[in-house]
Design a protein around this ligand. Sequence first.
Ligand SMILES: [Zn+2]
Length: 253
Amino acid sequence: MQWRERLNGCERVLIGLGEEWKLREGQKERKEQVLKAYETLYQWIKNKDYFIITMATDAVIFDTCLGSDRERMICQKKEMDIFPACKDADSEMLARMERVFPQREVPGDTRRQRIVAPCGNETWQQCSKACTKDIWEPGEIPDGICPHCGALLTGNTIEASVYIEEGYLPQWERYTRWLAGTLNQDTVILELGVGFDKPGVVRFPFEKTAYYNQKAFLCRVHRRFPQIPQELMGRAEGFMEDSVEWVNHNGIQ
Ligand SMILES: [Zn+2]
């Protein structure tokens, strides 16, 4: 169980959630499982520098503690970090430094700002004819008719005939900036439930990220496709299991 050790010891975690996390209408029991798994993921990563990319379009994650727009990421900056040489000082010296340069908390991102959903969000609406890039939140247009052209509104997801991507692009930029900062950093990549339905969104880019960052470790869980590419042998682990159940049975440690 290399992944658990790596996860406990790392500072950065990249999480990809695939089709196994998508909830459909009426799946009551599955919803309970998924909610429990989100809570467990939160416990695993809450004190780490992480980013989540989800292919689920149901927006359920935003109603969990992972999606909080009030709770901020812990981001503590010691003034001592500015003087790396001080880290080698003896304990008496360190204690003195702590008094002179106390640890400061600087406001970090909200948890919601660490999630990107490139396949869209079903609870948001767009014009089905894509006459405008406007995106509406639930309840903003009660009659479901586009105020610009009179066409029906539809969910702002890749299922729309023309998908208005402006809904996720600001978060995508934040994600790519974060990802660039993981290069050569000890990073655990948890790829959960991502198969070959749109592998260009998470699966292939994650393999590439793991390949180029020699300090990265990839953990891939999928009920049918947990296979690891040859080039990542020794730096990756695969588990053939439904990824939601896998998270739940591994549980909070
Ligand atoms: Zn329209």
